[in-house]
Design a protein around this ligand. Structure first.
Ligand code: URA
Length: 485
């Protein structure tokens, strides 16, 4: 018997390393005793052979990608038997590569069910974590803490979602098994904690309750469906849920009252919503000139990026330019100067445009996202890629620029820019090298972002990529030339 010890509950890489060693030594699942994290070990574990003493007898291990993907989730399933069962499946995969396709196999059924349970738990964590404000940190960043009790060991699996969602605040999520900490630059994990470490209430507690009360429609209440979606065990950590039992109880009476009166009472959030919609409507008007739009973008509140950027950076160039160049978002220098592509990436772009025979001054140059998104590292502000949601919110401004400039050709630099133009993710490698006709007849050329070239450390590769970049620009120029003749 061999004892395999895993130190952490949800460490798939550690499990995989151990499982590989076992497979390389052809140790069958029934001969492995998987010791679970935190356990004292079995009476016989001292007598068992340690894995580290083993010498590999076989080198080729088959570990299909699909199994790795599912395994990363199933390792989080709260069942001490999961390490052994995963090993059994990996063992069987060595002689049956199609095993995972056999949907009636008991091991595959187990794997699928665990995966479903973990995904569901992750989804619940994303939806039901409630942050309480705890103060202000460095650079006056707001600091939040949340207590959550997941069913499975999913904190590490679920935390990247919160990093993407709340990159600009410091937060801690404490669970009984693991604590996730985000400080604006680094997401890390420490052992679990206790509910008492997180404040129970904060200043925005009442807003949650007011919001939930105001969206609660007694005539639409389906208790079963509500509890299936928001199981009771989560209620105790959700400020708005405290009123649910009362609301369910009074629902029938409220429904009857609504019927009698024939009207609903005013939504307590109505005033706030009205003023927000008025602001939005002011922005949504169809601007007649680029100057008006440029003015208005400064007060854009469509997404939270305005909170930390110095200013919005609008496009610049002739109002009837034939070529529109779209980058990703302003960088550190652009954020200060208020103009696109004036920093290092702008330097590469200018040189490449020059080599391709394109006059930058004749082009309209802009970005998919108008505010600089960054994280603070020491004294530096480090560029952070805008999320799909941020790009989509900002599309409205790009569309406005496109409507007013009416370019014949749009040249997108990088993945964010092409997403902003097409409204969906596409691979640049699939788009490069040819013109794509947009629904309004504009020709789209997609190429890489100049910052990508700056990041390449291998000199030869950089030269090659730079050559391809200039070729892409030349292609756009040739079409421009044809339009002008
Ligand atoms: N990178 C961009 O995408 N745009 C800029 O304006 C500067 C750098």
């Amino acid at each position: 018997m061999i004892t395999a010890k895993i130190e952490a509950q949800a460490d798939f890489d550690a499990w995989r390393t151990t499982a590989r060693l076992l497979l390389q030594n052809e140790i069958a699942p029934e001969n492995v005793d998987w010791e679970i994290p935190g356990s004292e070990g079995s009476l016989f574990s001292d007598l068992a052979d340690p894995i580290s003493r083993l010498k590999a007898v076989r080198s080729e291990i088959k570990c299909p990608k699909a199994f790795v993907e599912i395994g990363k989730r199933v390792i989080c399933f709260r069942d001490p038997g999961r390490f052994a069962r995963l090993y059994t499946i990996l063992w069987r995969l060595q002689s049956d590569r199609t095993l995972l396709k056999n949907t009636v196999d008991p091991d595959v059924i187990w794997l699928t069910q665990c995966d479903k349970a973990v995904r569901r738990d992750r989804h619940k964590m994303h939806a039901f974590v409630r942050f309480r404000i705890v103060g202000l940190g460095q650079f006056r960043r707001e600091q939040f803490a949340a207590w959550f009790e997941p069913t499975h060991y999913i904190t590490e699996l679920a935390a990247p979602f919160f990093k993407r969602r709340f990159p600009n605040m410091d937060w801690v999520i404490v669970t009984p098994d693991c604590t996730a900490i985000w400080n604006g630059t680094d997401l890390h994990f420490t052992p679990g904690g206790q509910k008492s470490e997180v404040p129970e209430e904060d200043a925005i507690e009442d807003h949650w309750k007011t919001y939930f009360n105001s969206i609660f429609n007694p005539a639409r209440l389906k208790v079963g469906a509500m509890i299936a979606e928001m199981p009771k065990k989560y209620w105790k950590n959700m400020p708005e849920a405290i009123d649910i039992p009362d609301m369910i109880q009074s629902a029938r009476a409220r429904e009857n009252a609504m019927r009698e009166h024939g009207v609903t009472t005013a939504n307590p959030m109505a005033e706030t919503l009205k003023s927000r919609m008025a602001l939005q409507a002011a922005h949504d008007q169809k601007f007649k000139t680029l100057a008006d739009a440029k003015n208005a973008v400064q007060s854009c509140r469509r997404c939270p990026l305005h909170c930390h950027a110095s200013q919005a950076v609008f496009g610049e160039g002739p109002k009837n330019a034939r070529l529109m160049i779209v980058g990703e978002q302003p960088g550190d220098q652009e954020d200060i100067a208020g103009r696109p592509f004036v920093g290092p990436a702008g330097g590469v772009l200018n040189a490449a445009l020059c080599e391709a025979g394109i006059d930058r001054d004749a082009a309209y140059v802009t970005n998919a996202v108008k505010h600089f998104k960054f994280k603070v590292r020491g004294k530096r502000r480090i560029h952070e890629r805008p999320s799909a949601g941020e790009i989509d919110h900002c599309r409205w401004w790009l569309e406005t620029e496109k409507r007013l400039v009416k370019p014949d050709i749009v040249l997108t630099l990088g993945a964010s820019a092409v997403r902003a133009i097409l409204g969906k993710n596409v691979r640049i490698s699939d788009m490069r090298g040819e013109a794509h006709i947009l629904s309004d007849g504009t020709k789209l050329f997609a190429t890489v972002h100049p910052a990508f070239l700056l990041r390449l450390t291998d000199v030869r590769r950089r030269e090659e990529e730079l050559k391809s970049f200039v070729n892409d620009l030349r292609q756009a120029r040739r079409v421009l030339d044809r339009l002008e003749t």
